[in-house]
Design a protein around this ligand. Structure first.
Ligand SMILES: NC(=O)c1ccc[n+]([C@@H]2O[C@H](COP(=O)([O-])OP(=O)(O)OC[C@H]3O[C@@H](n4cnc5c(N)ncnc54)[C@H](OP(=O)(O)O)[C@@H]3O)[C@@H](O)[C@H]2O)c1
Length: 301
């Protein structure tokens, strides 16, 4: 048997538990892995709370991004072999917070040798999001990128990508994250009331691209600083972004390969702030659910 962390009903963290299942077998187009690390995302607790619907079968295996070692290869899969180190997205809702899972081969890539499993496990969801938000609207070197929610898992990687492209990056985060944001080369602006005035003070000519990881009123306050309202992209709150003239995150073709390469070259390094063993997955989830983690939280089965 193989351990897996699930939720058994939609709602609060009291519905989460560690349980066991037979190690899943890969179907056509899938690869089975022994999980070495799994990234924790806000989407994990949002899904448990029912934010994406409550129609699915229960229990639900949790975890949306994983890195590990291939143990079996399904029919028709090319380019992967037993023993390969890979990262990717679990297939068929089989979850990443598990000793063993199955990945969709089309949503998986080889792990660069120099990238630790814990960093690799943050690429399929968090790093791809950072890539998309900084690429789906093209801006030029020297132009200004504003990242709202800059001190979180996605935001910190977006700021590192901005440095690669030589954008003028401004990161909005809570005071405690000033050093973290500045360590990426970005200009720090404190979040909260008055944030728009503080951004205006450091970017008086306006903002060329706003990458949003917070949404709601915080986003509404900053959106008027954009020179072009359509240059607003949001991973956190697409509905508000659209209302303001912007858009939600759009997946770039080949994004997983592209950002994996960027991480492999050492240009972007996920800020893994905490790792937890599988039997403490609830604590890892709670840290992310607090909404104030300062980077990525990873479960290491
Ligand atoms: N659509 C997609 O495919 C996709 C993919 C990945 C992520 N997302 C979404 O993107 C959002 C961010 O994800 P993440 O993984 O980066 O989350 P995270 O690591 O939990 O970071 C969230 C950050 O938001 C900050 N924050 C909260 N309220 C703020 C405010 N008013 N002003 C400025 N910062 C604020 C927090 O920092 P402070 O402590 O500084 O407040 C925290 O660092 C989540 O809503 C997530 O669901 C969507």
């Amino acid at each position: 048997m193989s351990k897996v962390f699930v939720f058994t009903a939609f709602g609060g963290p009291e519905h989460q538990q560690l349980t066991e299942r037979a190690a899943p077998v890969p179907g056509p187009g899938e690869i089975a892995i022994a999980v070495r690390a799994a990234g924790v995302n806000p989407a994990d607790w949002k899904r448990r709370r029912g934010a994406f619907g409550t129609d699915g079968a229960l229990p639900v295996a949790m975890g949306l991004e994983a890195a590990g070692v291939v143990t079996a290869v399904g029919e028709g899969v090319e380019g992967f072999a037993v023993g390969d180190e890979v990262l990717g997205t679990p297939a068929r809702g089989l979850g990443a917070f598990a000793e063993h899972t199955v990945l969709d081969a089309a949503a998986s890539v080889a792990k660069p040798a120099d990238v630790p499993f814990t960093d690799a496990a943050t690429i399929p969801v968090a790093a791809t999001t950072a890539y998309d938000l900084t690429h789906q609207v093209e801006i030029e070197p020297g132009q200004t990128l504003l990242v709202l929610g800059a001190g979180g898992g996605v935001g910190l990687m977006a700021l590192q990508i901005a440095k690669v492209h030589r954008f003028q990056a401004v990161g909005v985060a809570s005071d405690a994250k000033r050093e973290l944001v500045e360590s990426t080369g970005a200009t720090f602006v404190a979040s909260g009331p008055g944030a728009a005035d503080r951004v205006r003070a450091v970017a008086p000519d306006g903002i060329d691209l706003l990458a949003d990881l917070v949404g709601g009123d915080a986003l509404r306050a900053l959106a008027p600083l954009l020179k072009d309202p359509s240059h607003l992209v949001s991973a956190a709150d697409p509905a508000t972004a659209r209302e303001l003239g912007g858009s939600g995150r759009v997946r770039t073709e080949g994004v997983l390969e592209k950002i994996t390469g960027v991480v492999g070259y050492g240009l972007v390094s996920p800020n893994v702030v905490a790792t937890y063993p599988l039997d403490r997955a609830a604590e890892a989830l709670a840290l992310v659910e607090s909404g104030h983690s300062a980077g990525k939280v990873v479960i290491v089965p």
